[in-house]
Design a protein around this ligand. Structure first.
Ligand SMILES: Cc1ncc(C[n+]2csc(CCOP(=O)(O)OP(=O)(O)O)c2C)c(N)n1
Length: 421
């Protein structure tokens, strides 16, 4: 007889047998496994600790691989890997020949799509869903996207495209208020406004239930209000941007409460159109050092579990670049700095504090960052965009069309180009 919960889980089907108390224990064991492995091997700790209950609830409520789960960025897929037959292999996370730190369809049938670069999940998930329809295959597509990833334009192109359909896609917005650093921008503010009304979802279902129980016309009336874009509906439901785009909005709900998650996933399954489920989570949940400092525990090279001490380099190429830029900015007030949600890791933290009016965190939006730099440059300023080479791939068209053809003076500080140890 296995003496812990994890020993019983060799595939998502094994989850179905567990009761609520056992699920709670399972979540605790998963957290321990995540902390111990990442402390040794390095990896994305805080993001993974934040989605333990969510991932367990998804696997309990749905049937992978018939139902497809698509993770945005993919750095938060560790619990998913542990629950889908890769618990032993998890010890080899990010080692040579070992388990990948991101979803890899070549590794498991439960990994639906390769990820790494942000904001792709809704596009990929919608494609998978449309293919299911053409091939007459059953099943849901569950998409897990963070509030940081939702700052990328690609996500809106996909919402715009999917919102006009009746596809069974459930977009789960994992809102932990953080990108790598604090999430910024108008959408972050908008989500904060929704979160500040925790009674919204409850109120909505109470209203719905109330209307449905009016004799004879209740259900019809409820459908009429719910599926219309009427002023009446807005007055009752305070419709969100997601509803206005054709999604059924559910939330915000506590992303660490398994019972709530299971109930709301059940409601999501019964909608006859795409759903956006807004889930409120804590980045780093369950490990005090990561909860207090989610930015530094976003990605770590290993750490001491007892003290929370982690290795950090203060003299990297990026820091030297950032310091030098501050020196230059002192002499030249045309100099501006731009980051796409990576202020610290690209070395721009000091600049952001010394010159806040000339510093721009544009969100995970590399294409916008380059064209925005073009706008600054054509107006006589000297923008520096600091970016990892891999993410700059997003901006090839903007580099050519919006910078090079116009001969604009923009400096692109390209980090992590070439081999990275
Ligand atoms: C195109 C692109 N730019 C930058 C990154 C680097 N990056 C990895 S995770 C992350 C933050 C993601 O935030 P969120 O989606 O909210 O997930 P969380 O880690 O908070 O769970 C960033 C900026 C990336 N993966 N892809």
């Amino acid at each position: 007889m296995p003496d812990n919960m994890l020993d019983r889980i060799n595939s998502p089907d094994d989850m179905k047998q567990l009761n609520r108390k056992e699920i709670k224990l399972l979540c605790e064991e998963i957290r321990t496994e995540l902390i111990e492995t990442v402390a040794k091997n390095g990896g994305h700790l805080a993001s993974n600790l934040g989605v333990v209950e969510l991932t367990v609830a998804i696997h309990k409520a749905f049937d992978s691989p018939k139902d497809k789960i698509v993770f945005d960025v993919g750095h938060q897929c560790y619990t998913h890997k542990i629950l889908t037959g890769r618990r032993e292999a998890f010890k080899t996370l990010r080692t040579e020949g070992g388990l990948a730190g991101f979803p890899r369809p070549s590794e498991s049938v439960h990994d639906s799509f390769v990820a790494g670069h942000s904001s792709t999940s809704i596009s990929a998930g919608f494609g998978i869903s449309q293919a299911k329809q053409i091939k007459k295959e059953e099943g849901y597509v569950i998409i897990v996207i963070g509030d940081g990833a939702l700052t990328g334009g690609l996500a809106y192109e996909a919402l715009n495209n999917a919102g006009r359909t009746q596809d069974k896609i459930i977009v789960i917005l994992n809102d932990n208020k953080m990108s790598i650093s604090q999430n910024v921008g108008a959408m972050a503010k908008y989500l904060a406004r929704i979160r500040s009304k925790p009674t919204y979802y409850k109120f909505k279902s109470t209203v719905e239930r109330g209307i449905r129980h009016i004799p004879f016309i209740g259900k019809k009336l409820r459908d009429m209000i719910f599926f219309s874009k009427s002023i009446l509906k807005n007055a009752i439901y305070h419709s969100t941007i997601f509803e206005d785009m054709g999604f059924s909005y559910l939330g915000p709900v506590d992303g660490h409460d398994i019972n709530t998650l299971l109930s709301v996933l059940d409601i999501a399954k019964r909608q006859e159109r795409p759903v956006l489920l807004h889930v409120d989570t804590i980045k780093g949940k369950g490990y005090s050092f990561a909860e207090e400092n989610p930015k530094d525990f976003h990605g770590v090279n290993g750490f001491d579990i007892q003290t929370g001490d982690y290795f950090s380099s203060v003299n990297s190429f990026s820091y030297i670049f950032g310091d030098y830029l501050c020196e230059m900015a002192k002499r030249d007030d045309r100099i501006c700095a731009i980051t796409a949600a990576m202020k610290s890791s690209t070395g721009l933290k000091k600049f952001s504090m010394d010159y806040p009016s000339r510093f721009f965190d544009v969100g995970i939006a590399e294409q916008h960052a380059v064209t925005f730099a073009g706008g600054l440059a054509i107006s006589g300023l000297v923008p520096f965009f600091a970016v990892y080479s891999s993410f700059l791939q997003r901006s090839y068209d903007q580099l050519i069309h919006d910078i090079a053809i116009q001969n604009l003076k923009c400096v692109i500080g390209i980090d992590r180009a070439g081999l990275v140890g």
